[in-house]
Design a protein around this ligand. Structure first.
Ligand code: MN
Length: 234
């Protein structure tokens, strides 16, 4: 059985969609079928999307509108995509309630944290003291800062190592962690790099981009693990 994985793309103000191909390629290589939802508002249609998919991948993209975590938008916050925010928070809520497997990457990790009541740094360079360039200057296929994996977490059980190498393309990050989420990994400056939801069957979020490091280190395992869970439902 090939599990169907639902994704939300970037959605411009004219409702034009775009998505980097690496997310779909990683899902395909690990044995899943990626399908992308266009902008819709009908609740019944969104419910049908939730029913159709065996799992959901919340991908990278633009900054989340800070009103979703109760803040004024600072001048350092990047461009936002209101239609994507609206659709994606709606889909996430229903996906979360369905208890189907959820994987979230970069903006996706920030989105799930905000959706569950957490907050974000709107701009790391001006709000967080660090010697790490979280918006790395190397290309996306090049690993940059280490990921320190915490013991006794699903990520540690999966990769059996305390240090992984990630790439890093974010100027925002989780500030206050939502209730219901737990840290799986940090960078050495204390920034949260991976979280999971212990009360859910399968809910993992990574701040780096494993889809771009698919053949590097243990990053492929993050997708294989997700797709296998979507396949078996457990
Ligand atoms: Mn980082």
């Amino acid at each position: 059985m090939t599990p169907i994985i639902g994704l939300i793309a970037n959605i411009e103000n004219d409702l034009k969609l775009s998505m980097l191909s690496a997310y779909g390629e990683a899902i395909e290589k690990s044995g899943g079928l990626p399908i992308v939802l266009t902008y819709i508002e009908d609740e019944g249609a969104i419910d049908a999307f939730i029913d159709t998919c065996h799992g959901f991948l919340f991908t990278g993209g633009a900054d989340i509108e800070p009103q979703y975590y109760g803040e004024e938008k600072k001048i350092t916050c990047g461009a936002t995509q209101p239609f994507r925010d609206k659709l994606e928070f709606n889909v996430f809520k229903k996906a979360y309630e369905s208890d189907k497997p959820i994987l979230a990457i970069c903006r996706g990790a920030q989105l799930v944290n905000v959706a569950l009541g957490g907050t974000l740094y709107q701009d790391i360079p001006t709000e967080y003291e660090t010697d790490i360039l979280h918006l790395q200057t190397e290309d996306k296929l090049t690993p940059s800062h280490p990921i320190l994996v915490e013991r006794d977490t699903p990520l540690f059980h999966l990769v059996s190592k305390e240090i992984m190498t990630g790439n890093s393309f974010h100027h925002q990050a989780i500030k206050t962690l939502a209730d219901g989420l737990k840290v799986m990994a940090k960078s050495h400056d204390g920034m949260i790099e991976a979280v999971y939801a212990p009360n859910k069957k399968y809910f993992r979020a990574y701040q780096w981009h494993p889809e771009r490091l698919y053949s590097f280190d243990d990053n492929r395992a993050l997708f294989d693990d997700f797709i296998n869970t979507c396949k078996t439902g457990e």
